[in-house]
Ligand binder design. Structure first.
Ligand SMILES: [Zn+2]
Length: 252
């Protein structure tokens, strides 16, 4: 990263993954990037729709780009002066379900992360996820590994090591209570009527994924029952914490 102080504006050079973009006025586009050095950054690309040679990228979703922008201290919207395509992930775009899974992750990152909060681990997580999505067949598993890791890296992880009420280790099946943020053992009373039962295998899978790197996490075998429980529990947990549904989740 090269940062040059110029009055109140700084010129920042970094890499960014396009989370979303939309047309603005006659000739411009506004894009949200997740950048390597500064987290989520919003930028305007002036004239990109008029002069196609001005930028070396069409800022398609989930492309990786090298960008240079003028950091504004007054606004969250910064002026992007250069944007060059680095990675396109063509195999994902050729496959409908893989594209959906990619878009789901972008929407999730956008919902979870505040603007301009640097998080290199999340940047790397998105790259690992997109790279695996190009080739790995089990798309559901990739989505679950991504969900568990982003919850962990953004500080939202559910409490699964022990009972949230008595702190004792849980043996066997437990209740997963959203409002308590994790597992409650059979011995602890709870007036909460909304809970899901979660098996030991599912808890062990989540803990394995939290404690291992990307490669070791995606090589973990998941049974159909574990997958079913993960899908139900993780989607509900995310909806509860974000206080809204991720739109693309229903298509997965
Ligand atoms: Zn307990």
């Amino acid at each position: 990263m090269r940062t040059t102080k110029y009055q109140t504006k700084m010129i920042i050079k970094t890499e960014g993954i396009v989370l979303k973009s939309f047309d603005f006025r006659e000739t411009s586009r506004i894009a949200t990037f997740f950048t390597k050095d500064h987290g989520k950054v919003k930028g305007i690309l002036k004239g990109i729709r008029k002069d196609h040679k001005k930028f070396g990228s069409h800022i398609d979703r989930f492309t990786v780009n090298e960008i240079i922008y003028y950091h504004s201290s007054r606004s969250e919207l910064h002026l992007v002066s250069h944007c060059d395509l680095k990675q396109f992930f063509f195999p994902i775009r050729q496959d409908y379900k893989r594209s959906l899974a990619a878009n789901y992750a972008l929407e999730l990152v956008d919902a979870i992360m505040p603007v301009e909060q640097a998080n290199l681990e999340i940047y790397q997580l998105i790259l690992d996820y997109l790279t695996s999505l190009e080739t790995i067949r089990d798309i559901d598993k990739l989505v679950h590994v991504f969900q568990i890791k982003i919850l962990l890296l953004s500080g939202f992880s559910p409490h699964l090591d022990s009972c949230v009420k008595c702190n004792k280790k849980i043996l066997g099946q437990a209740r997963f209570i959203l409002s308590s943020g994790g597992l409650v053992c059979p011995n602890c009373p709870s007036t909460e009527t909304s809970f899901s039962l979660i098996s030991k295998g599912t808890v062990a899978s989540i803990l394995h994924i939290e404690r291992n790197n990307w490669a070791n996490s995606v090589s973990l075998g998941l049974t159909l029952t574990v997958k079913k429980e993960l899908k139900y529990t993780l989607n509900n947990f995310l909806t509860y914490h974000l206080e809204r549904k991720i739109k693309t989740a229903k298509y997965l």
